[in-house]
Structures are given as structure tokens and as C-alpha cells.
Design a protein around this ligand. Structure first.
Ligand SMILES: C[S@@+](CC[C@H](N)C(=O)[O-])C[C@H]1O[C@@H](n2cnc3c(N)ncnc32)[C@H](O)[C@@H]1O
Length: 206
């Protein structure tokens, strides 16, 4: 693991202790309904990348074969507790999204919620997802990105170093650009909150 990845991983280990508390207002406002929306699209063998404290787990549909990874062991511990509490079957693995242990073409659906703001090398992570997702499979993401509005975008750029330092997440990622740099060309985008929070569906054609 390179130095930058180690550093972000350490931030998330630390954030695991206050993550649920800090995200609670967002969760109540809209995150919960977006999570439920994503669950409707899951099919076949599923991978969740960046499971965090396991906030999606309670909404996992029954009867699917779901694997979930995170590179932060402390986040993963919380996710395990959540899976046990809500009695959901999920194969939780400690793994870096930038270098996954899975064979090519393993999953029918890969999904993320608020993860590509923090993957240290997002293009590498997106290319890994492309590799492990089957051709014809789908990648579904709920991600917050840098606003294209001039003033708001600049404010995000200015505040970004503070947020990364405290928390590990970037608030000014250009995730749609990164998706295209990772080689995807069939992408559907829906704005969920202004131009900042997006639902992104990628059809993985290889
Ligand atoms: C902002 S949290 C989101 C957690 C969860 N998806 C949610 O919706 O609450 C981002 C998560 O992505 C994980 N993450 C970031 N980069 C990663 C990587 N390269 N490999 C695996 N997990 C990563 C972090 O450890 C953290 O748990």
C-alpha cells in the first residue's frame, strides 16, 4: 500500500468512531432514501466497494450473494456488527479497491455510496471495478462531486484540504471525468441534490 493510501486508511480508521453520528443529519434528510433506491437495481452476484460502517447493509435485498469490501479495518468491524444486528448475510473483506483480489469478471453488479470522494487514486479504483465486473454488468454509484457552479466550485476547492485532513474525503472530486478517464463510455447520470450529489449508472461494456 502506498503512503497516500495508508494515510487515508488511517483517517477512516479514526473516523469510524464518529462516522455514524456525524452523518446522521444527512442520513435523515435524504441519504437513506437514496440507499434504498440503489438496492432496487442490484442483481446477481454483487460487490459493495467501501462498505464503511455498513449503512447500506440493513437495506440489502434478501436472496442476493453480496460481498462488501473496505480498506479500513475499524470501519469493517462496525459493518460486521451491523450485519449481525440486522441478521444479513454478507461476505465482508478487508481489501483495497485499487487492487482487489477478485478474478476478472466476477460480479454482475458493483455499487458504491459516497466512496469515490476518498479512494486515493480514483481512476485506478474505477479501472479495478471495470475489471472485476462482468461485461454487460452494471456499476451503480451515489457520489458527491465538485459543483460546476463557479462560486460554489471554488469554495469547495478552498475547503477541500481541511476536509481531507480531518476526515479523508475530498469534496471537490470530478468523479464523472474520472469515470470517463477509466475507460467507461456508457454512463447515465441523474442529479439527486443540485449538481453535487449524483446517481451514476455505468453499463460495463468491455
Ligand atoms: C465516506 S465513507 C462511505 C461509507 C459507506 N459507503 C456509506 O455510504 O456510508 C468512504 C468509505 O470508503 C472506504 N474507502 C476509501 N478508499 C478505499 C479503498 N481504496 N479501498 C477500500 N475502501 C476504501 C473508506 O474506508 C470508507 O469506509
Amino acid at each position: 500500500m502506498d503512503k497516500k493510501t495508508e494515510m487515508i486508511k488511517r483517517r477512516y480508521n479514526r473516523a469510524s468512531f464518529f462516522y455514524d453520528f456525524m452523518e446522521a443529519p444527512m442520513e435523515a434528510m435524504s441519504l437513506k432514501s437514496w440507499r434504498i433506491e440503489v438496492m432496487k437495481d442490484l442483481k446477481g452476484k454483487v460487490l459493495e466497494v467501501g462498505v464503511g460502517t455498513g449503512k447500506n447493509i440493513e437495506y440489502y435485498p434478501d436472496g442476493l450473494d453480496i460481498t462488501a469490501i473496505d480498506f479500513s479495518e475499524k470501519m469493517l468491524e462496525k459493518a460486521k456488527m451491523k450485519a449481525d444486528a440486522v441478521k444479513k448475510q454478507v461476505d465482508l473483506k478487508l481489501m483495497d479497491a485499487q487492487q482487489m483480489d477478485f478474478s476478472d469478471n466476477t460480479f454482475d453488479t458493483v455499487f458504491t455510496t459516497c466512496v469515490f470522494c476518498s479512494v486515493p487514486d480514483p481512476i485506478k479504483g474505477l479501472m479495478e471495478i471495470r475489471r472485476v465486473c462482468k461485461s454487460g454488468g452494471r456499476i451503480i454509484m451515489i457520489e458527491h462531486v465538485r459543483s460546476e457552479k463557479q462560486v460554489l466550485g471554488l469554495i469547495m476547492d478552498v475547503l477541500n484540504p481541511l476536509v481531507v485532513n480531518f476526515y479523508g474525503a475530498n469534496i471537490n472530486r470530478r468523479t464523472l471525468e474520472n469515470i470517463s478517464k477509466a475507460g467507461y463510455d456508457k454512463v447515465e447520470v441523474t442529479n439527486l441534490y443540485k449538481d453535487i450529489v449524483k446517481k451514476i449508472v455505468i453499463y460495463n461494456e468491455k
